[in-house]
Design a protein around this ligand. Structure first.
Ligand code: SAM
Length: 249
């Protein structure tokens, strides 16, 4: 597969293999959301079943859902370190060590706080947030006051989950903000763990190019349909750009 042919597509397959087709220093920004365990140790006592965000059981040597060897590939393909990775709290330390100690990147720990978490605590704290780590080096941000916050407080995005049938779908407006803050129009944004396609859609809607990868055929179909404005139910959504013109005619 030629690199040019991957642009503005979502590739069906294992990202650990597909990423080898991407040339060195060709990607402007990575925004990705690997499978990770959402629950804390405390949740076991609460008898909540652990939710892995669709972990591919074939992955070996994983630290909580991601094989860290892919980080070396990320570093190889990025023009400059410029990467957002969603994770759980147990993974933060490992990612920080990798990007700051090995590559001297600066970092942010961003948080998505949910106002309506599952109301179970059993003597522990609630499972009410997810983390997004940002690592960069030699990258100047395009932030303005409104877009420079490092936390978001929202309810769980139930409508998106229902419409696109993915249990760990991320809010589209958050991902669009991250992309606009850290890239410019026509840049190439990569997501190796596409799920329902939030990063690719956010890239498209902000005038960036994208490359997506997804191993699950059902999610791959849902993501492709979503990019074309079709919900999992088959219903068409009309998408508008900032000027009010229809994007998916
Ligand atoms: C946490 S979800 C991503 C959700 C996404 N951010 C969204 O908003 O819909 C992780 C996705 O990675 C996919 N995945 C897991 N292992 C993979 C692999 N080796 N290659 C490509 N995709 C993989 C899973 O099927 C799952 O859909």
């Amino acid at each position: 597969m030629k690199f040019e042919d991957m642009i503005n597509t979502i590739q069906l397959g294992d990202c650990y293999e597909l990423i080898k087709n991407i040339p060195d220093k060709s990607i402007d920004l990575i925004v990705t959301d690997p499978p990770y365990e959402l629950e804390t140790e405390g949740s076991k006592k609460n008898n909540i079943s652990k939710t892995f965000a669709n972990c591919n059981s074939q992955i070996k040597g994983i630290s909580e859902g991601i094989d860290l060897k892919i980080l070396d590939e990320y570093m190889r393909i990025m023009k400059k370190p410029n990467i957002y990775i969603w994770c759980n709290k147990k993974q933060i330390l490992e990612y920080l060590k990798y990007f700051t100690e090995k590559y001297d990147c600066s970092f942010e720990i961003m948080t998505w706080c949910k106002t309506n978490p599952t109301p179970l605590c059993g003597g522990n704290y609630l499972i009410d947030k997810e983390f997004c780590l940002y690592f960069r080096k030699g990258i100047k941000l395009n932030t303005k006051f409104e877009t420079a916050f490092t936390y978001w407080i929202t309810s769980k995005n139930k409508n998106d989950k229902d419409n696109f049938e993915h249990p760990t779908i991320k809010p589209l407006n958050i991902i669009k903000t991250l992309i606009e803050n850290s890239s410019k129009e026509n840049d190439i944004v990569l997501d190796t763990f596409v799920g329902s396609g939030t990063t690719c859609l956010a890239a498209k809607e902000t005038g960036r190019r994208y490359i997506g990868m997804e191993i699950d055929k059902e999610y791959w179909k849902i993501a492709n349909n979503r990019i074309n404005g079709i919900e999992a139910s088959g219903q068409m959504t009309i998408m508008f750009d900032d000027k009010g013109d229809i994007l998916n005619e």
